[in-house]
Design a binder for this molecule. Structure first.
Ligand code: UD1
Ligand code: CA
Length: 458
């Protein structure tokens, strides 16, 4: 990589059209502040330093982002992009190149950033430009008859002729750092917006004999800024589409790539199938041949090879082994660890529990703070009563135990190896291995009993 090389991210703007109290760059894209995405990309270039200019929203921005490698530079009042870069000057290493990015343009790729800096190391000014069908609002790239860049003219300062230019400034640029101080000191705010325009340095570079070279991004999304919730949603889709394409290239089957949301990192083995409407958050790993049914939410989970997760399941901070059958409508909460061949069915909630090989919890159960052995069968409607109102206690169910339906296991309690619990029992003391234990009132029949009949009126 080119060194030394500074990254400056302008992020002081207010974002009025977001209609929000949250500073614009903190609005989430794929579950994380848009500024965090840009920082990830910038870091991947291994720059000497990253300076972020913040202002609107005050300390909220540095606090939300953190990052000990970032130099935070306050621009208390926003007097324009040139003014923003002026605030950074004292922090910049004088030699090498400075790359200027916008905090509200989150999808710029490392390749594009590299291309800009590669131009600037040749003592040139690199500008990222695009052609737009509707260039209104943007700074126009003014060239001479030979195509040489002369200046950028902001839309509000442009005459009718200049406004017909369709090549616009994306705002992203790279330049030799040692030139910056001189140019910035000559900026004035004598323009339509009364701001110090960073874009005025282009004409200064030309006057100083510094060549201005333009680069174009490989993808249009790289230059899209977020000014409104509608644009944020548009970028979210573009980003998700890109994630979906990457997954499909790795061989993942997505039944509809337009209906996938990855808010974190999703790592897939071979022949993984994902149905529509699934949300993946944090770090999610899916082993070979895993299938995820429609409308599942998986957050920080590891799923072993061959496991099938049926529709509408919600899994958080859990580890699922190989060849499990999960769902539909299963909820796995933090601390759940399922071994191999486990079946967890509809309306079953498991929390902070280990379930060993071959066990089945198929219907309508709550298993919390429990250790469940191998080949255990937990009948429909079984509840571990783990909480006494003050403390939580563990339930231990040993290998091959059979828990009859509608049982309450009042913790702390142990069900021994191979024990059977009769349906409808409330188990408050340990159930010995190999025996049938039940607590149930005796069934009785009252022969000849008559149902009351309705009195006839009048
Ligand atoms: C800027 C460019 C314009 C370009 C357009 C692309 C200038 C003068 N104009 O215009 O040529 O076509 O971007 O979107 O540079 N910011 C600060 N402090 C400030 C002002 C802005 O940090 O005082 C930050 C904003 O948070 C934002 C970025 O700089 O991330 C751009 O600011 P914005 O007001 O959107 O610039 P435009 O007027 O749209
Ligand atoms: Ca803008």
């Amino acid at each position: 990589m080119i060194s030394p090389f500074n990254v400056v991210i302008l992020a002081a703007g207010r974002g009025t059209r977001m209609m929000s109290d949250l500073p614009k760059v903190l609005h989430p894209l794929a579950g994380r502040p848009m500024l965090a995405h840009l920082l990830d990309t910038a870091r991947s270039l291994d720059p000497l330093q990253i300076c972020v200019v913040y202002g609107y929203g005050g300390e909220q921005v540095p606090q939300a982002i953190g990052g000990t490698d970032i130099t935070w530079v306050l621009q208390a009042e926003q007097h324009g992009t040139g003014h923003a870069v002026q605030q950074v000057l004292p922090y910049l290493a004088g030699s090498g190149v400075t790359l200027i990015l916008y905090g509200d343009v989150p999808l710029t790729t490392a390749d594009t950033m590299r291309a800009l800096t590669a131009v600037a190391v040749q003592d040139k000014l690199a500008l990222l430009t695009v052609n737009m069908d509707d260039p209104s609002g943007y700074g126009r790239i003014v060239r001479d008859a030979c195509g040489k860049v002369l200046a950028i003219v902001e839309h509000k300062d442009a005459d009718a002729q200049t406004r017909t230019i369709t090549e616009v400034n994306t705002g992203l640029m790279a330049l030799p750092t040692h030139r910056l101080a001189g140019w910035l000191s000559r900026l004035s705010n004598d323009n339509a917006q009364g701001e110090y325009y960073l874009t005025d340095i282009i004409a200064m570079a030309v006057a100083d004999g510094v060549a201005v070279q333009t680069c174009q991004p490989a993808h249009h999304r790289e230059i899209l800024g977020v000014n409104s919730k509608a644009q944020l949603a548009q970028l979210e889709r573009l980003h998700q589409h890109e994630v979906a394409n990457r997954l499909m290239m790795q061989g993942v089957t997505l039944l509809d790539p337009a209906r996938l949301d990855v808010r974190g990192s999703l790592h897939c083995g071979r022949d993984v199938m994902i149905d529509v409407g699934c949300v993946f958050e944090g770090r999610v790993e899916l082993g070979n041949n895993v299938s995820v049914g429609a409308h599942c939410v998986l957050q920080n989970v590891r799923i072993g090879a061959g496991t099938q997760i049926a529709a509408f399941s919600h899994l958080v901070d859990a580890t699922v082994g190989t060849d499990n059958h999960i769902g539909p409508f299963t909820r796995l909460r933090p601390g759940t660890v399922l071994a191999a061949d486990v079946h967890v069915g509809n309306f079953v909630e498991i929390k902070n529990s280990q379930v060993d090989d071959g066990s089945k919890i198929n219907h309508l159960s709550y298993v919390g703070d429990s250790t469940v052995g191998k080949q255990v069968n937990i009948g429909a409607g079984t509840i571990t009563c783990n909480y006494d109102g003050a403390n939580k206690h563990r339930t231990v169910i040993e290998d091959n135990a059979f828990i009859g339906s509608d049982t309450q296991l009042v913790a702390p309690v142990t069900v021994g190896k191979g024990a059977t619990i009769g349906a409808g029992s409330t188990i408050t003391r340990d159930a010995p291995a190999g025996e049938l234990t039940l607590s149930r009132s005796k069934q009785l029949t009252i022969t000849g009993w008559q149902r009351p009949v309705k009195k006839s009126k009048g």
